[in-house]
Design a protein around this ligand. Structure first.
Ligand SMILES: Cc1cc2nc3c(=O)[nH]c(=O)nc-3n(C[C@H](O)[C@H](O)[C@H](O)COP(=O)(O)O)c2cc1C
Length: 299
């Protein structure tokens, strides 16, 4: 996949929030073999995140409410970016904010930081100026934050869509028009697990985000719909990619790359094994370049 000046050596990235800052996995896997690493969301100030419990297993997936726990902008630039700058693998920094100004502050600083290859906006954060409605849920809010970040970001800009909407195509079109270079989809689906013995929600935050294989068909459908409506716009698929076959479903639905999230908790080598599996599929099927398969299942 090409993302502006960025060329990914394979179409598999890690998904934000499931691979730390890349450094945590360095001892376990050869991170240089990934197409790209997407970091945990970075906000202006460090955040401790939500009270526990913050995760719970569900059938074919999990619910999480981490609450954007992260080291904050200054520590990201001071402690991590110099390490990323020495890696061959591009590091895409995921951004979170509660106001447009917060996104702009983080984006402007990171866009001028060596080691940061691209930005991914997590716009599922509640917008304090709009009664806490997540930016990702309304086309005008999503477009506003995208345009504001675009104006200060000199690196490729990916905007990540929420699946918690009625019409994902409308939101995708607004974000594309506002200047995003690529769209990643999807973030987690909002859910609740009740602890029946305690007679209250299991997670400290009450609601959490559902991820894993349970959401894959929904995510593939959203990629398919956006790919049909916005041909040519680079899409990155996410949601329950556990195997190379899952990744190929997203690619054939129109994604040029995929992100692997929950699978890394089961097997830290999952993303690399999926990249190898895609290459093996292409060799077996006589496909010279995986890009030939992008959108192969579209009408
Ligand atoms: C524990 C956890 C933390 C996450 N944190 C973030 C985050 O900080 N920013 C973000 O955009 N998405 C975050 N996500 C969403 C994932 O990046 C991904 O979009 C979603 O989990 C679907 O992919 P999966 O089914 O492969 O996990 C998080 C997911 C999990 C499971």
């Amino acid at each position: 996949m090409e993302l502006g000046p960025l060329r990914l050596k394979n179409p598999v990235m890690t998904a934000s929030g499931t691979f730390g800052y890349g450094t945590e996995y360095q001892k376990l896997v050869d991170v240089e073999r990934l197409g790209a690493i997407v970091t945990k969301a970075i906000s202006v100030k460090p955040r401790e995140g939500n009270p526990g419990p913050r995760t719970v297993e569900t059938p074919a997936g999990m619910l999480n409410a981490i609450g954007w726990q992260n080291v904050g902008l200054d520590a990201c630039i001071r402690d991590y970016a110099p390490i990323w700058a020495r890696w061959q693998v591009p590091v895409i920094v995921n951004l979170a904010g509660f106001t447009v100004e917060e996104y702009v502050t983080v984006a402007e600083a990171l866009s001028n930081t060596p080691g940061v290859a691209a930005l991914e906006l997590n716009i599922s954060c509640p917008n304090v100026a709009s009664e806490g409605t997540p930016f990702a849920l309304r086309p005008e809010l999503a477009a506003e934050v995208t345009a504001a970040v675009r104006a200060v970001a000199d690196v490729p800009l990916i905007v990540k869509l929420s699946p918690n909407v009625t019409d994902v195509v409308e939101i995708a079109a607004a974000i594309h028009k506002a200047g995003a270079d690529a769209l990643s989809l999807v973030n987690t689906l909002v859910g609740i697990v009740i602890d029946t013995r305690l007679r209250r929600p299991f997670l400290g935050n009450v609601t959490g985000g559902l991820s894993g294989p349970a959401i894959r068909p929904v995510a593939v459908r959203m990629v398919y719909d956006v790919a049909r409506a916005l041909p040519g716009v680079p899409l990155i698929g996410a949601g329950g990619v556990m195997t190379a076959d899952d990744a190929l479903q997203f690619i054939m639905a129109g994604a040029r790359a995929v992100q692997v999230g929950t699978a890394s908790f089961v097997n830290p080598r999952a993303a690399i094994e999926i990249a190898d599996g895609i290459a093996a599929f292409c060799a077996r099927e006589g496909v010279r370049d995986v890009n030939e398969l992008v959108g192969a299942a579209l009408p």
